[in-house]
Design a protein around this ligand. Structure first.
Ligand code: C2O
Ligand code: CU
Length: 475
């Protein structure tokens, strides 16, 4: 029996060794070149990373280019990034470009939009980005294992024109489960207990693959923080004490700038949030904490050097230009598709359809299924949940009839979050992933304008594999 190290225990450890911590690793930026038609190579392979403490013991990981996160990809809005994916792992994989309203053939879903890329094989992706914003990429084959081992990276799509901030900083949070040897706890991958409960939760938190990065910054600098939750299942509560974070985008899409209440951001797996902070003029250090339980230091900004001065105070100037999203919902002519989520530990589910036949719980569990959408424990071979004519509005009331939160993700589209438990949502938010609480009813709607086969699934990756997945077709 492996001893589990609690996340608060790590906080104590970080406190004790804080002074000895190294500086952050150099940021590796890979810029798409419009001038060349050579694809950018992206190789999934084994690597090593210091996850436990800065410069500490190295854990074996799987990563793009053998590192975690994989290369930070940057491109301009409207451009196309050609990526040649090579799989040097021992199991098949793909790349999914999460949140990009991409052409269906490049969505990367093994068994739905492409066959999985076998070990040694390659696949060419054409990533055309209609929307600016913060996105990420990860496998869509055995995601629950491949992300837990480190396969993911961040994709930034830049707005045209001048920027209302000095610099952007990516903060990709991850939650790892390490064992006593400070290695990824692979023995517990696939544990049915995790699948039936909250998913795979970890005991170590990293930011950009590092246990405690320290970001140098200048006093008075205006930063755009691009926050990404890459965890398999952990919902994060990120607190920017003293930094007055102003939210400007969710899941890549602009929102009207607003100061985050309690300087705190709640962010579910796969979600992104862009926030603007104006660093104060005096040289000092700011800590960013994870505050779901006992507050826990995740990274810090170390202010030093000549102050930067800025004429306009927040929130002036920071609103982002709109993306070309289809935002006109025709609710009168909408197709309504209910989505009922059931199952999991302490749930009411007594059985579900699996591969075309009704089965009891015992048989479902034997098949690794414990959750259902509309009474169906999802597999990749199922028929579509619905088909919709291109351009029609889809209205989807989602009911979470389980004891667990779920992060519902729709591929190829962004949806508007209309209401929660019947109460209209005040903030106009267009998302690709929405968190639903136990017992909650969340209504979303979107214009189904992107032809092809698109997944809808829970982004708690253990829930996805254990039945919370389906797909729809836009024709
Ligand atoms: Cu981020 Cu279907 O995935
Ligand atoms: Cu879930």
């Amino acid at each position: 029996m492996t001893r589990r190290v609690g996340i608060t225990r790590r906080a104590a450890l970080l406190g004790a060794t804080g002074a000895a911590m190294g500086s952050m690793l150099p940021r590796l930026v890979d810029r798409a070149s419009a001038a060349t038609h050579e694809p950018r190579m992206l190789i999934a392979r084994k690597g090593r990373a210091a996850l436990w403490e800065n410069e500490g013991p190295l854990a074996d990981i799987w990563g793009y280019e053998g590192r975690v996160p994989g290369p930070l990809l940057r491109m301009k809005q409207g451009e196309t990034l050609d990526v040649r994916f090579k799989n040097e792992l021992e199991q098949p994989s793909t790349i999914h470009w999460h949140g990009i309203r991409i052409e269906n053939a490049y969505d990367g879903v093994a068994g739905l939009t492409q066959p999985a890329v076998e070990p040694g094989a390659t696949f060419d992706y054409r990533v055309k980005a209609p929307d600016a914003g913060t996105y990420w990429y990860h496998p869509h084959n055995r995601s629950w294992e491949q992300l837990a081992r480190g396969l993911y990276g961040v994709l930034v799509v830049e707005e045209p024109g001048p920027k209302a901030y000095d610099r952007d900083v990516v903060l990709a949070f991850d939650d790892w489960r390490l064992d006593e040897a400070r290695q990824i706890d692979v023995a517990s991958l696939g544990a049915m207990h995790d699948w039936a409960h909250a998913g795979r939760l970890g005991n170590v938190l990293t930011v950009n693959g590092q246990p405690y990065p320290r970001f140098p910054a200048r006093p008075g600098e205006r930063l755009r923080l691009r926050v990404v939750n890459t965890a398999n299942a952990r919902v994060l509560t990120i607190r920017f004490t003293g930094l007055a974070p102003h939210l400007i985008a969710l899941d890549g899409q602009p929102v009207a700038p607003e100061l985050l209440a309690d300087e705190t951001l709640l962010i579910a797996p796969a979600q992104r949030a862009d926030v603007i902070v104006d660093l104060p003029a005096e040289a000092r250090t700011f800590t960013v904490e994870e505050a779901s339980g006992q507050p826990f230091a995740a990274c810090e900004f170390v202010l030093d050097g000549d102050p930067v001065t800025r004429a306009t105070p927040l929130p002036q100037d920071i609103a982002l230009p709109a993306n070309p999203l289809p935002m006109t919902l025709d609710m009168d002519a909408a197709l309504t598709q209910d989505l009922l989520m059931e199952g999991g530990a302490m749930g009411r589910m007594s059985g579900a359809m699996l591969k075309g036949a009704q089965r009891g719980m015992r048989e479902l569990v034997d098949q690794g299924k414990v959750w259902s959408f509309n009474g169906i424990a999802g597999t990749h071979g199922d028929p579509a949940m619905f088909k919709v004519a291109r351009g029609r509005t889809v209205r989807m009331p989602i009911v979470n009839d389980t004891r667990w939160p779920h992060a519902m993700h729709v591929h190829g589209h962004h949806f508007k979050v209309l209401s929660r438990n019947g109460t209209p949502v005040q903030r106009e938010e267009w998302r690709d992933t929405v968190l639903t609480d136990p017992g909650e009813r969340v209504e979303i709607a979107f214009v189904a304008d992107n032809p092809g086969k698109w997944m809808v699934h829970c982004h708690m990756l253990e829930h996805q594999v254990a039945g919370m997945m389906s797909w729809f077709e836009v024709a």
